[in-house]
Design a binder for this molecule. Structure first.
Ligand SMILES: Cc1ncc(C[n+]2csc(CCOP(=O)(O)OP(=O)(O)O)c2C)c(N)n1
Ligand SMILES: [Mg+2]
Length: 564
């Protein structure tokens, strides 16, 4: 199954037109929520979204929010539907869709286009530049996808087979354009629907070369350390990779972007690996290994390596990427990691290499009447999180400070570590919540980021989503203040809103909304939050220059951070 948590249904059978067919194909792979902003050129698609009996359509506050919400949903369920209108809608969504591309998420971006007759006659219709050129927006939007199609009634089945297969092969967004009049016409394409679009096959010869290469590396190494990547989850193969780690009997470490891919309570866990910010002893464990097994193409990016302060000889790395295998000399393509892991699981011998690592324990700080500090916020939050929670963390001081802390087993951590577009987390929390109705979503956001997309609160209220939102109000863009050479530039000051009043203003009925300024007030608010069944909004007032030690570290390593 392509998408988790849902049975294969057959809504394609009742599709009466091409728009309904396109939507039904996506519903039938297990997607049960769509995120959208309607528009006249998209009416056929919009109708299809609300008429499919298995689909709940969410009307977002704007297209960028919709794209972030789709991204959040896809993180949990494996794929999402985003629907926007021609040009003005689709272009607004593109930052979010591009983020999904960077973060390996399948988002089907459906866009309603003007009527074919208008396009053929190069008419000057709205949402165009008036120049009769109807290709430019398709080419811009396609750049945020790994596959794109202009669907027509006589290509719909063939093209949907192709689009779904490619999107799942790469685990990246797909762009689907459908004109208003074609959307309302019945499908005439007689190609058979391919219900096994996720059955991606390796090239057998290259797969056996890859197996040989990996076995050769394993045979020549004794000290082997694995690094499981977040992409394992995206490709639905975390369990297989963990089985390999267990069968080999080798330690594994986790980098910031890959946080919560595998439990930090696993007996073979050997720590948080992030350059000079690594757990004590973990850098030594990784960097002194004979072989580092990169499972799923974990990135050696700026934030994964704490500003490139790791000291790992990359020649020792064997990268088992989702679609290829690479060592310092060779890259073998057309190898699908799911199949490679299966083959390796049959063949590898235990290495039984163990290391000394003591997981840092998070002591509980005493709660006093003192003004709230970031340190107290993290400490209380980390003791508050329950194993079934989904923690959505925004870019900014939150995402730089938080990954270093151990998380309870079972907590799912979501962050846009590579793309890092502020504003993502608030709508993404909506998407994560709708994807996972049994879990409580905790959103940790800075107030500056929140300002970009906070109108999505109204959507949360409308659809009765009940996150616990922690909005840190530190009087501006603190992460930037911390990274500036100029200590206090005025561009990091932002409008001061009455954050705790937002849920009421946005119509979030029965939400608990509290502004806290001291440690004890925060502790009390958290207690009430867990017991409150509707949404909770806590504004946390912390100091304007209260950075946290991680940011101080980044500040003192700015040169490395920017790659020089
Ligand atoms: C879309 C976008 N615009 C600008 C930035 C640059 N940027 C990164 S973090 C940040 C400030 C975040 O401030 P806030 O959310 O208040 O968090 P704080 O660091 O203050 O806790 C900015 C402006 C970005 N990453 N993405
Ligand atoms: Mg801030």
């Amino acid at each position: 199954m392509l998408v988790s948590g849902k049975k294969f249904s057959n809504t394609v059978a009742s599709a009466t037109n091409t728009a309904e067919y396109v939507v039904a194909r996506l519903v039938d792979i297990g997607i049960d929520v769509s995120f959208s902003v309607p528009g006249d050129f998209a009416f056929a698609l919009d109708h299809a979204l609300i008429s499919n009996p298995e689909l709940k359509n969410i009307v977002n506050a704007n297209e960028l929010n919709a794209s972030y919400a789709a991204d959040g949903y896809a993180r949990v369920r494996g794929a999402a539907i985003l629907c926007t209108t021609y040009a003005v809608g689709e272009l607004s969504a593109l930052n979010g869709v591009m983020g999904s591309k960077a973060e390996n998420l399948v988002v089907f971006h459906l866009v309603g286009a003007p009527n074919d007759a208008a396009i053929a006659k190069r008419k000057q219709v709205h949402h165009t530049l008036g120049d009769g050129d109807y290709n430019q927006f398709i080419s811009i939007s396609s750049a945020a996808a790994c596959v794109s199609a202009v669907i027509t009634p006589d290509s719909a089945r063939r093209e949907m087979n192709r689009v779904i297969r490619e999107a799942f092969k790469h685990r990246k967004p797909a762009y689907i354009s459908l004109s208003l009049d074609d959307g309302n016409r019945p499908v005439t394409d007689t190609t058979l629907d391919d219900d096994n679009c996720d059955q991606i096959k390796s090239n057998p010869r290259q797969l056996s070369q890859a197996v040989e290469l990996v076995l050769k590396h394993l045979a020549h190494a004794n000290k082997i350390v694995a690094i499981p990547s977040i992409k394992l989850g995206r490709f639905g193969i975390t369990d297989k990779a963990l089985k390999l780690i267990e069968k080999l009997g080798i330690p594994f470490v986790i980098m910031p972007h890959d946080k919560s891919s595998v439990s930090e309570d696993h007996p073979q866990y050997a720590g948080f690996y992030a350059g000079l910010l690594s757990d004590e002893g973990t850098s030594q464990i990784v960097e002194s290994a004979d072989l580092v097994l990169n499972l799923g193409d974990a990135l050696w990016s700026d934030f994964n390596t704490s500003g490139f302060t790791n000291n790992l000889d990359l020649n020792k790395v064997l990268n088992l990427a989702p679609l290829y295998v690479e060592d310092k000399n060779t890259r073998i393509t057309n190898v699908y990691l799911a199949e490679l892991l299966d083959a390796l699981l049959d063949k590898v011998q235990a290495k039984n290499y163990s290391v000394d690592y003591n997981k840092p324990q998070l002591s509980r700080l005493a709660v006093t009447n003192a003004d709230l500090t970031l340190k107290a916020v993290y400490n209380q939050l980390l003791h508050f999180i329950a194993p079934s929670d989904n923690l959505v963390v925004e870019t900014g001081s939150s995402s730089l400070n938080l990954p270093k802390f151990p998380l309870p087993d079972g907590v799912k951590y979501h962050n846009q570590t590579l793309w890092g577009s502020i504003g993502w987390a608030t709508p993404a929390a909506l998407g994560v919540a709708l994807a996972n109705l049994d879990s409580r979503v905790i959103l940790l956001t800075g107030e500056g980021s929140h300002q970009l997309t906070l109108n999505e609160l109204g959507v949360m209220g409308r659809y009765k989503v009940n996150p616990i939102i922690l909005c840190i109000n530190n009087y501006g863009f603190m992460v930037e203040r911390a990274l500036e050479l100029d200590p206090d530039p005025s561009y990091d000051d932002i409008a001061q809103l009455n954050y705790a009043q937002l849920p009421t203003a946005f119509g979030c009925n029965n939400w608990l909304s509290i502004k806290v300024t001291t440690e004890v007030e925060f502790a009390d608010a958290l207690k009430r939050a867990r017991a409150h069944i509707d949404g909770v909004y806590i504004e946390l007032v912390t100091g304007k220059y209260d950075y946290g030690s991680t940011l101080e570290f980044f500040n003192s390593h700015l040169k490395e951070m920017y790659g020089s």
